[in-house]
Design a protein around this ligand. Sequence first.
Ligand code: AMP
Length: 279
Amino acid sequence: MKIIKKKSELKELLYSLSNQKIGFVPTMGALHAGHISLIKASKSRCDLTICSIYVNPTQFSSQKDLRNYPTDAKKDIKLLKKHHCDILFIPNDFELYENNLKSNEFDLNNFDKFMEGEYRPGHFQGVATVVTKLFKIVSPDIAFFGEKDLQQLIIIKYISKELDLKIVSVPTVREKNGIALSSRNINLTKDSFKSATIIFESLCYCRDHINKYDIVTLKNKVKKLFESSKLNLEYLEFVSIKTMHPVDVICDNLAICIAATIENIRLIDNIIINAEETN
Ligand code: AMP
């Protein structure tokens, strides 16, 4: 695996490989089996797989959250080599932003109005900024994103519409107990990890009782469950995947999205209930 830090070097290399189908997996590192499923998806569809690792400051609304974001470059490199990733791009802030560490302003079609967009102001402008910068450098044929970050996936699909690029989504990889794999899970104590199973359990409860109770009742039941847990529920929303806006009756293209914190660690998850093909 080639490890590249400079965008000029990566561009040069890619120029010399111009007839290959390029798959791209952007990440923030602290890699786990969820990320690896994206690498595998890329390897199965492309000639050359490029992974990037960059913890993007402009998508963090809290400096403390940014400082606490886990990193483990050595382990990441070992894991990517094991799974035969071809190129790892690890830029620094200057490579991507030069001296202007700020987001650009994107039209996000109001996909960022609720949930993560509401709780993390500016988050998706930061994501859109870094992803378009990376797309410009890598020029992939296909870029791979996880359903785990559903709102992000929908936003990236939207901003990529004008680009000559396909976005492929990959299902969420979970622990045996249902918790979605996340880099942030590293920061959970054993106890918190156990308690966090309530997140996926709540999503499954809603999915399994969707024909029995209305949305308000389901939300209230989950709120009560959280009140007797160690987690603080930020939101539970039933949304249309077409708009990423909350709905109050069951409809087609429905997803249930949740965010909760435990010991200042923020976890998000979702279940897609019924959707037309997401890819
Ligand atoms: P991150 O490093 O958290 O920015 O994630 C990089 C990519 O991996 C994003 O497209 C995520 O949606 C995806 N991802 C993160 N966790 C998972 C998971 N548990 N299963 C599948 N994909 C994931």
